[in-house]
Design a protein around this ligand. Structure first.
Ligand code: BF8
Length: 638
């Protein structure tokens, strides 16, 4: 593909052309080389679960219809989907556990962090039914951390974070189906076991296992991480940042922070400030931290750190030739960054013992020694500045201003200026009278196989022009920021009633208007849209599934995005994916997920009220989402 075909972003196009002219290969090139997709894997019909195989079933019906053990296509596809879900849930659960350990060590005085949001700590403690009277901040923090860690240990009951955050009306359905998780690690181990050769062969039962993974992801991953990160680093408030590859600064030492957990990157921001003067001694004007992927989202939400790239173009940040270090933690880190870095002076620094890349430097991160690791990394970057080759520096021009930081707390702070007693009421009224036709969470990734940003931006614009309010997270948020949907210019994309409302609400936030796409954070912050929906559902005394709300993942690549989508569907929210979820090898599985079976009561839609919508054309996808929004409005009588 030509650069114009791989991305809507002209800076990405420019940097891809630079990379190609220098013989540097990136994910976009590798995606082209992988253009012919394996027909078995694409349909979910390849099984590598044991040494009788690998077995594969031909999607078109010719050849054997069962694997050696007797598993048919339905079982293979359901197992393959569950494998994907296990990966997604494990990634987010591990994120939550790491943060819980950091909070525990902070509360015990063993890690160099401070509790930045004591109010949120107390609210979370109360929500968990913990005693706070007469307790010190650290005592309460320790109790919250230990309650979080129980969600990886307990053997009876229900995960504490589901008791705390789960919507009661959804809980009733999960409990009745026997799929409510007890503890994240136990459920993940069970899912791996049931998926192994000789385990669960019932495709519908396996699909319920996938829903459990969605709930593990949602509660031990998303909610738990957002809550604890807010406690440690502060609950996001409206903040301005810049987006684009142009946020790299030729005159400064540039450090990219990439991955997901903000434990180390927050410290890097701190140490960059502390060591600023040292940068001057090597001829730089300062130290510039830029964000990539969800670590980038975490830092921009709380500190206004500028964001350079979403997932698919991560290697191009290095191709600018102006990056002294790229520091990575966990998830969504392409090993390809090392090959690209070897063409420049950039040092790739891995930081987690279970996420290493051959050829990269490893600086081990433990919360107890966070300062040592962050200091060493910043000092390495300062030393690397002298190795930069000015002849190789190409930084595109022009970046976009954007506003982020829209936590539920921040949204309610704005709406409380209209109705102090019932802050959600202005939003509910707007939904009821049609000023807001519906709410859509545009979330998920960018994928090197897909044209970058086109799906994310098109779905968002189609919905905005129909007065659907957009909330956004993850790399989709990067896409929307780039095209002005997080500043006042984005109002042009909105229908009249939504535009007027955003202007009215903006004045209460000290802005000329709220941005049409409200940036709620990283992928673990997909807890926030559901917290908002749960609170609205409570006010209306209806299930979340009754609300005119949808999710859309137009450009996903990650198992995590599919697990997040399942967590939304388990609450009754329809979810669109624009990329093939690789389940087409089984009609039974595909139609159960998409709600197109005759016996509706055993589809996702019939059981939970929300279904999967698979549509690669973003305009058609938006039309389907609007139909579903209108259907739910009608059922609600609004
Ligand atoms: O957790 S959106 S590409 S960076 S998986 Fe990855 Fe997808 Fe980006 Fe964040 Ni989420």
């Amino acid at each position: 593909r030509e650069p114009e075909e791989v991305s809507k972003d002209t800076q990405v196009q420019q940097m891809l052309a630079v990379a190609r002219s220098r013989g540097i290969e990136t994910a976009f090139d590798r995606a082209d080389q992988m253009a012919a997709r394996c027909p078995f894997g694409s349909a979910g019909l390849c099984c590598r679960s044991c040494l009788e195989g690998p077995c594969r079933i031909v999607p078109n019906g010719s050849g054997p219809r069962r694997g050696v053990c007797g598993s048919d296509a339905d079982t293979l596809v359901a197992r393959s989907l569950l494998n994907t879900m296990i990966q997604g849930a494990s990634g987010h659960a591990e994120h939550g556990r790491e943060v819980a350990m950091a909070l525990l060590k902070t509360a015990e005085g063993k890690a160099p962090y401070v509790i930045r949001d004591v109010g949120k700590l107390m609210r979370v403690a109360k929500g968990l039914n913990l005693e706070i009277e007469g307790k010190s901040i650290n005592e309460v923090a320790k109790a919250v951390a230990l309650t979080a860690l129980e969600d990886f240990q307990k053997h009876e009951g229900v995960m504490n974070w589901i008791e705390y955050r789960g919507h009661q009306k959804s809980r009733e359905i999960w409990d009745k189906l026997g799929i409510t998780p007890v503890n994240a690690h136990l459920e993940i181990a069970k899912a791996v076991t049931r998926n192994a050769m000789g385990g669960d062969a019932d495709p519908l039962n396996l699909l319920l296992g996938s829903v459990t993974m969605g709930l593990v992801d949602g509660y031990s991953g998303l909610h738990l991480s957002s809550d604890l990160q807010d406690i440690l680093f502060g609950t996001p408030k409206a903040v301005k940042f810049n987006y684009s590859l142009a946020v790299l600064d030729e005159k400064q030492i540039n450090i990219a922070v990439h991955g997901h957990i903000p434990l180390l990157s927050e410290k890097i921001v701190e140490w960059a400030r502390t060591l600023e003067r040292k940068a001057l001694t090597v001829g730089a004007e300062g130290i510039n931290i830029v964000g990539v992927c969800c670590t980038g989202n975490e830092l921009l939400m709380r500190q206004g750190v500028h964001a350079a790239s979403s997932f698919s173009s991560q290697e191009l940040v290095i191709v600018t030739g102006a990056l002294e270090a790229m520091v990575v933690d966990i998830q969504c880190i392409m090993p390809g960054i090392q090959q690209v870095a070897e063409c420049f002076h950039t040092e790739i620094i891995t930081t987690m013992p279970h996420v290493k890349i051959p050829g990269a430097t490893h600086v081990n991160f433990e919360p107890e020694y966070a300062d040592d690791a962050a200091r060493e990394i910043v000092e390495r970057a300062i030393r690397n500045f002298a190795k930069r080759d000015p002849a190789k520096v190409v930084i595109p021009g022009g970046s976009v201003e954007a506003y982020a930081g829209f936590s539920v707390e921040q949204i309610c702070e704005v709406t409380a200026k209209i109705n102090e007693d019932k802050p959600l009421q202005p939003l509910i009224d707007a939904i009821k009278d049609g000023t807001i036709r519906g709410v859509a969470a545009v979330i998920g990734c960018t994928n090197p196989r897909e044209p970058q940003d086109i799906g994310n931006v098109t779905v968002a614009k189609e919905l905005l022009k129909n007065n659907v309010l957009i909330v956004t997270t993850g790399c989709a948020a990067h896409s929307l920021a780039k095209y002005g949907l997080m500043n006042e210019d984005g109002l042009e994309a909105c229908g009249d009633s939504l535009k007027a409302l955003l202007r009215q609400l903006g004045q209460h936030a000290g802005l000329s208007a709220l941005p049409p796409a409200l940036h709620m954070g990283s992928c673990v912050d997909n807890s926030r849209p559901l917290d908002l929906l749960s609170a609205i559902a409570d006010e209306l005394d209806v299930p979340v599934s009754s609300l005119p709300a949808v999710g859309s993942c137009p450009e996903t690549h990650s198992p995590k995005a599919l697990t997040i989508g399942t967590y939304f569907m388990a609450h009754g929210v329809d979810v669109h994916v624009g990329v093939d979820p690789q389940v087409s090898g089984s009609n039974l599985v595909a139609r159960t997920l998409t709600g197109s079976r005759e016996d509706k009561e055993i589809t996702m839609d019939g059981l939970f009220g929300g279904k999967l919508i698979v549509e690669s054309d973003p305009v058609k996808a938006a039309a389907i989402l609007l139909e579903r929004i209108d259907m739910k409005r009608k059922a609600l009588g609004i």
